[in-house]
Design a protein around this ligand. Structure first.
Ligand SMILES: *[C@@H]1O[C@H](CO)[C@@H](O)[C@H](O)[C@H]1NC(C)=O
Ligand SMILES: *[C@@H]1O[C@H](CO)[C@@H](O)[C@H](O)[C@H]1NC(C)=O
Ligand SMILES: *[C@@H]1O[C@H](CO)[C@@H](O)[C@H](O)[C@H]1NC(C)=O
Ligand SMILES: *[C@@H]1O[C@H](CO)[C@@H](O)[C@H](O)[C@H]1NC(C)=O
Ligand SMILES: *[C@@H]1O[C@H](CO)[C@@H](O)[C@H](O)[C@H]1NC(C)=O
Length: 571
């Protein structure tokens, strides 16, 4: 068996003597449904990402170029020297090449096993029967621990799809209720939008119907696609004809990463997520140029090709090499945090910090399982709510889901909670403290880590979106729907900023929790509850409440107020 890709990310510490081997990373067991399988990777984190994103900080808006960021994060020459010395000693130095801060070793599984004192085994995914080579632990010489951030592929166990789509399959479409009209503005059809959603519903509800973005100021919206999800051009054309005639005849562009493809197929399961993202991202942000980014890589089909690419890492490292990264990126995919090894999660989150420092806002769906369906999965003897990744990374803006329009209500699948990996960032201290002291039911605080990064940050509609799938009008629900909606709003705000000589937001959260919250630029959601752990913890979950809460965040967007706070322009 050939291990074609072993990467060591070289860290930034200073040199010391090589020592004996010590375990570097370990998993206690293989998470279900893999009987065994994984991979990893790292990064280095600039507090710069926070500084350049914090309103009123002297460095606010001073995003870094690719070259500046690369210089800032470059590993020390000693780190390379020590790694080179070690590879030389192990007789594999001629198989190693250096690519940025990665050392890529083109060797065999045997080389990797020897180098990392790891026992690689074939693990089988019980659900799919797929096999992959992974180890439950690996070691590095003592002296190298400070110089290497991660080795991949080693212990990262992917769920069967590596990054799961956050669509809720077969969620019921609420019944249309004829009743007295509620808060009517901008032609919002309260009765129709109360039961199913179109772009017009969202434009009226979130008050951006009359805003016209620029097609030519350099601003771009990107919708990320993984796990062989393909955005269909013909379905978009049909969707625009029906739901967004002003954009009729226009189309998205495609960026392919890591041998990603964007096949035009007639298979509902391979297109539903991508079509939802592109149809809403495109029509809401129109005429902002919109790009579908398809990243290849997924758990391998067989032993001949046993080495897994980790799509999320490939995606972020590719973007960081671009001179211009799209200013707004929507990711409607995620995984339960506990299935992601901590070191790997840190690495990915560090890469999100770098993307933020470059001036890009990344939004991620908060997940569709509320607090997750089983609460004794991490520790069989202890009941705990399960947070999501990457929504729990503080450099990502996590988006929860609502439904109904008069008033908007938290939907029961909307994911939220508190990360066990990432500490609460300062930008949300006040909002989360208020929630914890004034609104959280003390009987349930033992089920989550109150000191962790709390999410979602914001929310948007997420139930019964009209979409076109293989030519048919199909309702789709999930935080997968909410994420591109909020991302489109951010793309429009960025467009407004750029056209008015301001820089794009970059990491959005510090601004959301300070300026935007102070201006009450959200529709605060105070009804509904995110559920989970059915039957295990009676009454579990998080309820929406006044102010920030772990099911709808700060609330849904009021574009007019956000715009006023952003560029000072009244619309
Ligand atoms: C929206 O739907 C909810 C739930 O069915 C209902 O209580 C409410 O009256 C509806 N609002 C309007 C304006 O139809
Ligand atoms: C959209 O364009 C197509 C042809 O490109 C045309 O057949 C259709 O009538 C147009 N629809 C609308 C609503 O303008
Ligand atoms: C992409 O595919 C080509 C041809 O199949 C292959 O040679 C190359 O190694 C692949 N690249 C990646 C990053 O998987
Ligand atoms: C969430 O609400 C939907 C629609 O009312 C319902 O079908 C589903 O059973 C609810 N889920 C839970 C976990 O209660
Ligand atoms: C709680 O979160 C903190 C980070 O804020 C982390 O260091 C700690 O390990 C977490 N505790 C548990 C039990 O996961």
């Amino acid at each position: 068996m050939k291990l074609s890709f072993l990467s060591l990310l070289v860290g930034t510490a200073v040199a010391g003597p090589l020592g004996s081997y010590r375990v570097f990373e370990r998993l206690s067991g293989a998470p279900e449904p893999w009987a065994l399988k994984a991979e990893s990777k790292p990064g280095v984190l600039p507090s710069e990402a926070f500084d350049v994103s914090t309103p009123d900080h002297p460095d606010y808006g001073r995003h870094l170029s690719r070259v500046e960021l690369g210089d800032m994060l470059a590993p020390s020459p000693q780190s390379y020297d020590m790694v080179a010395e070690w590879l030389e000693e192990k007789g594999v130095s001629e198989k190693a090449t250096i690519e940025d801060d990665w050392v890529i070793i083109d060797g065999t599984i045997g080389d990797a096993a020897e180098l990392l004192q790891a026992e690689y085994q074939l693990f089988e995914n019980k659900a799919t029967g797929k096999l992959t080579a992974r180890t439950l632990a690996y070691s590095l010489p003592n002296a190298l621990h400070a110089h290497i951030d991660i080795a991949a592929p080693t212990i990262k166990f992917s769920t069967p799809s590596a990054m799961r789509s956050t669509i809720v399959q077969n969620y019921p479409v609420p019944a249309a209720v004829k009743s007295s009209s509620g808060d009517v503005h901008d032609g919002l059809d309260v009765v129709a939008c109360n039961s199913s959603i179109t772009p017009d519903c969202l434009k009226a509800l979130y008050k951006f119907k009359h805003f016209r973005a620029s097609a030519r100021n350099g601003n771009q919206l990107a919708l990320a696609g993984f796990i062989e999800q393909y955005a269909q051009h013909d379905d978009l054309a049909q969707f625009l004809g029906v739901y967004s005639p002003n954009a009729n005849g226009s189309d998205f562009s495609t960026m392919l990463i890591n041998n990603g493809t964007n096949l035009q197929v007639k298979d509902r399961r391979s297109i539903d997520e991508a079509n939802l993202d592109i149809q809403y991202g495109f029509s809401l942000a129109y005429p902002t140029p919109t790009v579908y980014i398809s990243t290849g890589g997924r758990p391998p089909e067989n032993i001949k090709n046993e080495v897994d690419n980790e799509p999320c890492l490939e995606f972020l490292t590719y973007l960081l090499k671009l001179d211009n990264i799209p200013q707004t990126i929507s990711i409607s995919y995620g995984d339960a945090e506990w299935t992601v090894p901590k070191n790997y999660a840190n690495t990915v989150c560090d890469l999100f910090a770098q993307i933020a420092a470059r001036g890009t806002t990344v939004l991620a769906a908060s997940g569709d399982d509320g607090i997750e369906s089983k609460c004794n999965i991490v520790d069989p003897n202890k009941l705990l709510y399960n947070p999501m990744f990457p929504g729990g990374c503080p450099f990502v803006t996590a988006v929860g889901a609502t439904y109904q329009v008069a008033p908007e209500v938290a939907v029961n699948f909307s994911g939220g909670g508190f990360s066990n990996y990432f500490a609460r960032p300062a930008y949300q201290d006040a909002a989360v403290n208020t929630y914890l002291t004034k609104h959280a039911d003390p009987a349930y605080t033992k089920y989550f880590n109150a000191s962790g990064r709390a999410y979602p940050d914001v929310s948007a509609q997420g139930v019964a979106f009209h979409t076109i799938q293989t030519g048919n009008d199909v309702p789709v629900s999930g935080t997968s729907a909410s994420c591109p909606v909020f991302a489109a709003v951010v793309a429009l705000l960025n467009s407004d900023r750029i056209s008015n000589g301001l820089l794009p937001f970059g990491l959005l959260n510090p601004w959301l929790y300070s300026k935007a919250a102070d201006a009450q630029a959200f529709n605060d959601i105070v009804n509904g509850k995110g559920l989970g752990c059915e039957g295990q913890i009676p009454g579990s979950g998080f309820a929406a409440t006044v102010g920030w809460d772990p099911v709808t965040g700060l609330g849904t967007p009021d574009f007019k107020k956000l715009r006023k706070m952003s560029t000072g322009i009244d619309s």
